[in-house]
Design a protein around this ligand. Sequence first.
Ligand SMILES: NC(=O)c1ccc[n+]([C@@H]2O[C@H](COP(=O)([O-])OP(=O)(O)OC[C@H]3O[C@@H](n4cnc5c(N)ncnc54)[C@H](OP(=O)(O)O)[C@@H]3O)[C@@H](O)[C@H]2O)c1
Length: 270
Amino acid sequence: MVVGIIESRCVLVLGATSGIGRSLALALHDLPSKPTVIVGGRRQERLDELAKTSDRIKGVQVDVTAGREALRGFVKDTLATYPDLDAVIFSSGIQLEFDFNHPEQVDLDALENELTTNYTSIVTLITLFLPHFLKLNEQGRPSFIIPVSSALSIVPAPWVPNYAATKAAIHSLSISLGAQFRETNIRVLEVIPPLVESELHDHQGTTPALSRVWMPLSEFTEKAMAGLVKGNSQIPVGFAAANWEVFEKGKEEKALQSYQHTLQLHKELK
Ligand SMILES: NC(=O)c1ccc[n+]([C@@H]2O[C@H](COP(=O)([O-])OP(=O)(O)OC[C@H]3O[C@@H](n4cnc5c(N)ncnc54)[C@H](OP(=O)(O)O)[C@@H]3O)[C@@H](O)[C@H]2O)c1
């Protein structure tokens, strides 16, 4: 049976201080199932502002680049305070431009920070939350891992090459985890946004130009929530959906088949 986010009792949204994460957090809060929504990010004043709006919205300050031990502590504390947690949305992310025609200008520290923020921190946090989700699975309860990738995970944007690579990594990871958890109640629901209204591009100075063509946050949120409620494993929205049809259709099934085939081979070789 396919279950959707409506089954969740308590959702953690990382990157909830602005843009997509904030909007999804508020939409989740408004579900008739009335989940508790924990909002995470670095900007405390924005967490406080959100938490003030409802008793069911709780703020937790977190920097996802703080390192493995800090994230281990964050997961432990979060689960001690919210043992009902059964869903995590990974919306924290940054986007940087790099021009490899000028390698002397490629800031490798910034590049590594983008990789840590958009990929390594997420796979680390997923690993750290999994023992809890596997326990829920033993109790017959569903749980949800919800990575936010990007249309650029499907067709890269060469002006943000490292960003697109981190999103391709998240996309690939989502498909693999979906296959690995196929026999469990752990659902991987990957949200694949197009260009959407947010603060992501503010530091590049491109927001005024992009705001003429981006998808309004309200429209995006409605579409993404529809996919999350249905429990769709891939939720491409807007032009991401058009690219998904051309380049991605059938990939998940193919990955699952190859996984099952390999498992069978391993069994026969034992
Ligand atoms: N907007 C788009 O066009 C678009 C398209 C495709 C995919 N996406 C993806 O959607 C996700 C949300 O982005 P957005 O567009 O909503 O951008 P945004 O408005 O800039 O939001 C980014 C969020 O990430 C958080 N964040 C960044 N670095 C963090 C860190 N080190 N630790 C904890 N939180 C951190 C920020 O919170 P703090 O600064 O308070 O920490 C903020 O809440 C990202 O993964 C992005 O790549 C966006």
